[in-house]
Design a binder for this molecule. Structure first.
Ligand code: ADP
Ligand code: MN
Ligand code: MN
Ligand code: MN
Length: 488
């Protein structure tokens, strides 16, 4: 996840994003522009309070803000004044309100985080600027009048920055199997809660609508939820929340975050970014409610491949049909079904109105692509009337990945699934590839796992579980690693 920032000092006051000037950076240093014409223009789009550079003057402002807004009491955060490895940060704040209704946060704030998108000097969005394409969808009249809401559940995995192995896992080994970790408590189960909590508080201070956090099924994996936010704001807020998470991790000095869809192969849950979605017509029974949700699901089924192509690189390693996912090559939906592509909650089904949950996007997906494609497929006339001719080119989002490639990927995924029909046949080669790649880093970054030259023989979960085990003083299970020849 390549997020970057630079800092400048300006004379204020700034009351809104419109007061902020455009700026630029050296695009040749980020592979986004040639050296001889290297300027990439930064256009400010959103402003948030900066939790990492709060000054005494901001502090007054925060206290004042808290007095005026009892629901944000105790939300002040000065990350730099606290040591993240001390166990007790203050309890987490209450959930933020939706960004649409949150109070103006900038008044008197002297340190800001400014979310920008990027343009060529000619004014054309640079190819990686997916926000511009998404915004074109959200400003279509047939889309904006439906006031699309998105709530994104961002899952992420914390890694030790030197070993690139999940936080809290035994060095070169595995913790006890999944089960006790999801929403768990206790030092033997929870790794990185101080980071997840500090991030929660920092996001609230910034003014982001982070509505909750939870520990995930795989130990060392966490989730935060952004939203519901309206239209383009969902992508803006999620990207800013990701930025803040990386900055919080940076403060620890030795923990990094990965959004890889399947950080550890085998019987460990992958990481997704479920996108909860509703339109005015879905939320209001008299405008259609559940009927509208079912109509939308029908359209989403027709365009499954386009969506999958835009839902994150490496997602085929995650969408296997196991570990609470729907298989990538098959579109399914169901009420309360966590093994489906789209889930409709019990409450929505029983009240006859509400929202749907698209479970397909991976943790490393681009929320601009995901949210705008949902809106386009279900609302945009250009697609609905012409069936297939898209006003929005998913290939822009993918940087050249065509639908043809998608179908190839889908059939590959399908054939690899055929090879793998027993529920315990998933291969856990990570230890082996890890030890042979020691020090190479980046094993799981950006959805491109390093594949060892020689693939070790598959080890079934049963085989893994029957390896000799020792239990350490913290109750963690260590399994002996397999030797180069596959022996124990
Ligand atoms: P799950 O049960 O799948 O873990 P979560 O509680 O983690 O669900 O996340 C649900 C998300 O759905 C939250 O981000 C919430 O803001 C969002 N949400 C709730 N109502 C709506 C709605 N009407 N439209 C869109 N998103 C919604
Ligand atoms: Mn969730
Ligand atoms: Mn989750
Ligand atoms: Mn979910």
């Amino acid at each position: 996840m390549d997020l970057r920032s630079k800092t400048r000092t300006l004379e204020g006051p700034f009351r809104s994003v419109e007061d902020l000037p455009a700026w630029n950076y050296d695009g040749s240093s980020t592979n986004q522009a040639p050296g001889q014409d290297s300027e990439v223009i930064l256009v400010p789009r959103k402003v948030y309070r900066d939790p990492f550079r709060a000054t005494a003057m901001d502090k007054d402002h925060i206290l004042d803000h808290d007095r005026k807004n009892s629901s944000v009491h105790n939300r002040a955060l000065y990350v730099e004044h606290r040591s993240l490895d001390k166990p007790a940060l203050s309890p987490v704040a209450e959930p933020e309100q939706s960004s649409a209704t949150r109070p103006e946060i900038l008044d008197g704030c002297r340190n800001l985080l400014v979310m920008c998108d990027t343009y060529e000097p000619s004014g054309r969005p640079i190819p990686t600027n997916t926000r511009a394409a998404a915004n074109a969808i959200f400003t279509l009249p047939e889309v904006s009048c439906e006031e699309p809401w998105f709530g994104i559940e961002q899952e992420y995995t914390l890694l030790d920055s030197t070993t690139r192995w999940p936080l809290g896992w035994p060095k070169g080994g595995y913790p006890a199997p999944q089960g006790p970790y999801y929403c768990g408590i206790g030092a033997d189960r929870m790794f990185g809660r101080n980071i997840a909590d500090a991030h929660y508080r920092a996001c609230h201070y910034a003014g982001l609508a982070v509505s909750g956090i939870n520990a995930e099924v795989m130990p060392g994996q966490w989730e935060f939820q952004v939203g519901p936010c309206v239209g383009i704001d969902a992508g803006d807020q999620l990207w800013m929340a990701r930025y803040i998470l990386q900055r919080v991790c940076e403060l620890t000095g030795d923990v990094v975050v990965t959004y890889d869809p399947k950080p550890v192969p085998g019987d460990w849950n992958g990481a997704g970014a479920h996108c909860n979605y509703s339109t005015r017509s879905m939320r209001e029974k008299r405008l259609g409610g559940m009927n509208e949700i079912e109509r939308a699901i029908g359209l989403l089924e027709d365009r499954h491949a386009v969506h999958i192509a835009a839902y994150g690189p490496g997602n085929e390693r995650r969408l296997t049909g196991k570990h609470e996912t729907g298989a990538m090559d098959k579109f399914t939906w169901g009420v309360a079904d966590r093994g489906a592509s789209i889930r409709v909650g019990n409450e929505t089904a029983s009240t006859g109105a509400g929202y749907l949950e698209d479970r397909r996007p991976s943790a490393n997906s681009d929320p601009y692509a995901v949210t705008s494609l949902l809106a386009e497929t279900t609302l945009a006339k250009s697609w609905c009337s012409e069936q297939g001719s898209s006003s929005y080119d998913a290939r822009n989002v993918l940087g050249g990945l065509t639908e043809a490639l998608t179908s190839a990927k889908l059939s590959n995924a399908a054939s690899s699934l055929e090879d793998d029909d027993s529920s315990t046949a998933e291969v856990d080669q990570s230890f082996k590839s890890k030890s042979s790649q020691a020090g190479s880093g980046n094993m799981y970054e950006f959805g491109v796992p390093i594949t060892p030259e020689k693939t070790p023989p598959p080890e079934t979960l049963q085989e893994y579980l029957t390896r000799p085990a020792t239990v350490d003083s913290k109750g963690r299970v260590h399994r002996s690693p397999i030797g180069d020849d596959g022996s124990l």
